[in-house]
Design a binder for this molecule. Structure first.
Ligand SMILES: Nc1nc2c(c(=O)[nH]1)N[C@H]1C(S)=C(S)[C@@H](COP(=O)(O)OP(=O)(O)OC[C@H]3O[C@@H](n4cnc5c(=O)[nH]c(N)nc54)[C@H](O)[C@@H]3O)O[C@H]1N2
Ligand SMILES: Nc1nc2c(c(=O)[nH]1)N[C@H]1C(S)=C(S)[C@@H](COP(=O)(O)OP(=O)(O)OC[C@H]3O[C@@H](n4cnc5c(=O)[nH]c(N)nc54)[C@H](O)[C@@H]3O)O[C@H]1N2
Ligand SMILES: [Mo]
Length: 633
């Protein structure tokens, strides 16, 4: 299917959405929030803030939540992808950002792409990887599928889904046993090495081969190459983070960098490649339940006091609900109203049937989007927004922490209005008269409150074609990588040592058995973008619909031919789609995207098991069976 842009506000009347004036729609939106908060208190409200929209929009979104409503219940799709990376990195280094710049993969010796289909999903970053390879870097790909990325690798480690910790542990053990760990760095800059060393001891190459499916020789080669390299970059994405133990997975990779000293230097670092164009920025702006703008901890009374005096309202001294918890709180009747900006959870959440049920329990749902998504179709009020990437002014922040300007080039269609304008109009109706004379004024308010952005004036951002954070003053130019402090000779400048983590292997929650013998992993293709809202209309000539990808051996075993319609069933749901035979898969593995909502609701199959630290769901591991469709008659 293809979506048309939203051009008018809509309100629900007698069960159906009808066109409305802005005045009526804004009033309805505000009235529902007012009524619910008066009845249940501010924590009955939840906002999802748009990771595709600007930093300025996200700043205003979290301010709306904290100041107009008075709760910390604000989050975004960061929860479905890199929240575990942020949690893991900030636990070790105090900052949740990737440590390196894109340029550094061109100037490194070893690149490890771990659980990342970057060739399809991060093509700009992958251009830098290719340049690095051309300059002589060795590349390793760790992925259950032999992806486009893996095809460029010197060595592909095709592991079983959910066995990343055993693999990382075996790599670590091999490095230690070969005496290739960086003792000086470990001694000076880390803590907990002895316990870590002991914890990986059982993971010999042969034990790991049995559990992960990766040949011992390949594990050994990765270990030796990574440890011996002068410089090495470890990059990961959702193959690591969309698991029930995702933060542990992230910590397992960080352990490898601490073991070898591959962090805090030019060319050596850790890069979680972020998903949506501005999901890094959304979190930086405080559109997450535990941080104020500038990634500043809400539990710190001094930080809260600064924001309270700037905003003129007390801030709750506790974390709000993340996206996963918001949905649970809807089921409990604790969250009764939701302001959803540029997110489509009906289709993107794990176990979508449960998600739909929870959203339908809300008293008042406001959706602000550029298309009439499946989620918007459930709303009481639909507000048509401008598309941030070309119809609004502001800034975006990419995975290397680089803030860049975006400029309005087109007028939004029909009556669609800027995201910030819409939020301010609702705020005004709720008693907060904010005047922002354009995005720059919002940005300057943020700069005054966030030390890591203070030096980034719009003028400097334009002159320098973007600036990486941290940028504390207008004359500062920091190195392109983080945590150089770990290498300081003077111990007082080195700061807190980076801790190793002791971790245990925990296989996927959805167990394989005779009834559900195949492992479904979900993800992306080059020609499909997330829930399809922004790409279905255009992608259809490229790929007409969802397919169930299987390796040739499994297809033969099940007696299936390419194009044949099959039923795929998990413990939660069942859909049908044609088979696509892909030799990139390993036996026992099934692959699908979540891109074609009406035809195939993939997320009715996935499991809602979530990582307790970050709240991210195990999208990457469901147990399923695939059956021939028996034709009626
Ligand atoms: N074309 C395109 N590009 C996109 C998007 C899109 O929809 N389409 N979406 C954007 C967004 S929001 C995001 S977050 C990124 C995501 O970018 P990626 O994370 O690269 O994409 P995915 O395909 O979800 O998953 C990555 C890989 O994880 C592997 N994998 C599955 N299970 C495991 C496992 O247990 N261990 C390991 N090591 N690997 C595993 C899969 O086989 C897959 O190749 O892409 C962004 N870019
Ligand atoms: N099975 C499975 N499910 C997954 C994943 C997976 O790998 N497997 N990955 C997860 C991941 S990583 C992610 S990020 C999520 C994505 O989940 P969502 O964020 O829910 O999905 P998108 O399709 O990216 O939705 C983006 C929405 O933003 C709207 N939008 C775009 N620009 C603007 C703007 O400027 N303003 C406003 N107001 N709206 C705008 C679009 O119209 C669209 O409706 O899906 C998750 N779900
Ligand atoms: Mo994502």
């Amino acid at each position: 299917m293809s979506y048309d842009r939203l051009t008018h506000p809509l309100v629900r009347e007698n069960g159906v959405l009808r066109q409305a004036s802005w005045e009526e729609a804004l009033e309805r939106a505000a009235e529902g929030f007012r009524r619910n908060v008066a009845e249940h208190g501010p924590d009955c409200f939840a906002m999802l803030s748009c990771a595709r929209s600007t930093n300025e929009m996200n700043y205003v979104g979290q301010k709306f939540t904290r100041v107009v409503i008075g709760t910390n219940n604000v989050d975004s799709c960061n929860r479905t992808c890199h929240a575990p990376s942020v949690a893991g990195l900030s636990a070790v280094f105090g900052s949740g950002g990737g440590t390196s710049s894109y340029q550094e993969v061109e100037d490194t010796d070893v690149i490890v792409m771990w659980g990342s289909a970057a060739r399809n999903a991060h093509p700009i970053f992958f251009q830098h990887v290719l340049k690095g390879i051309r300059k002589g870097a060795r590349m390793f790909a760790v992925d259950p599928r032999r992806t486009g990325t893996a095809q460029w690798a010197d060595l592909w480690l095709g592991l079983n889904v959910g066995t990343d910790i055993p693999l990382a542990h075996a790599v670590a053990r091999e490095i230690i046993h070969a005496g290739l760990h960086n003792e000086a760095f470990i001694e000076r800059a880390t803590s907990g090495f002895e316990e870590f060393k002991e914890s990986v001891e059982p993971w010999t190459l042969s034990v790991a081969e049995q559990v992960t499916g990766v040949p011992a020789a390949a594990i050994r080669e990765l270990a030796h190459s990574y440890a011996r390299a002068d410089r090495a970059q470890l990059c990961w994405t959702l193959g690591i983070t969309e698991h029930h133990n995702a933060t542990d997975n992230v910590r397992a990779l960080i352990n490898l960098s601490l073991l070898t000293g591959h962090v805090g230097r030019y060319g050596s670092g850790l890069s979680p490649l972020r998903g949506q164009n501005n999901v890094q920025g959304g979190g930086d702006m405080g559109a997450i339940p535990n941080r104020l703008p500038g990634f500043q901890d809400i539990l710190d009374p001094g930080i809260r006091a600064r924001f309270e005096s700037a905003w003129g309202r007390p801030i709750q001294p506790r974390y709000g609900h993340n996206l996963t918890e918001m949905l649970e709180a809807m089921a409990e009747g604790e969250v009764t109203t939701c302001y959803l900006i540029g997110e489509n959870p009906v289709q993107s959440e794990a176990d979508s049937l449960a998600c739909i049920k929870r959203l339908s329990m809300l008293d008042h749902l406001v959706v602000q989007d550029i298309f009439l998504t499946k989620t918007a179709q459930m709303a009481d009020v639909v507000l048509p927004a401008s598309a941030a990437w070309c119809e609004a002014d502001g800034t975006f922040t990419n995975s290397e922490r680089r803030v860049q300007r975006v400029r309005k080039a087109l007028e939004p269609p029909g009556e669609a209005r800027d995201d910030i304008w819409i939020m301010c109009e609702i705020a005004r109706r709720l008693g907060h008269d904010w005047h922002y004379d354009g995005a720059e004024e919002v940005w300057n308010e943020l700069r005054a409150l966030s030390p890591q952005h203070t030096g980034m004036t719009y003028q400097r951002l334009a002159d320098l074609q973007g600036i990486q954070w941290p940028c504390p003053s207008e004359d500062s130019l920091e190195p392109p990588y983080l945590h150089g402090r770990l290498w300081e000779n003077d111990p007082s400048k080195r700061g807190t040592p980076a801790p190793f983590a002791v971790l245990r292997h925990s296989p996927p929650v959805d167990l394989l058995d005779d009834e559900y013998p195949l492992r479904l992993t979900t993800g992306r293709r080059l020609d499909s973008y997330n829930t399809g809202v922004q790409s279905s209309g255009f992608a259809s000539p490229l790929r007409r619909g969802e397919t169930v990808e299987l390796c040739p051996e499994d297809a033969e075993r099940l007696g299936l031919t390419e194009g044949e319609e099959v039923r795929i069933t998990s413990r939660r749901g069942s859909v049908t789609a044609p088979v696509y035979i892909d030799p990139a898969l390993r036996p026992g593995l099934v692959f699908m995207t979540f891109h074609f909502p009406d035809e195939v609701d993939t997320n009715s199959l996935t499991i809602e098991a979530t990582d307790p630290i970050s709240g991210t769901a195990e999208f990457k591991a469901a147990a399923v069976r695939v059956e021939k469709l028996v034709k009626a008659g």
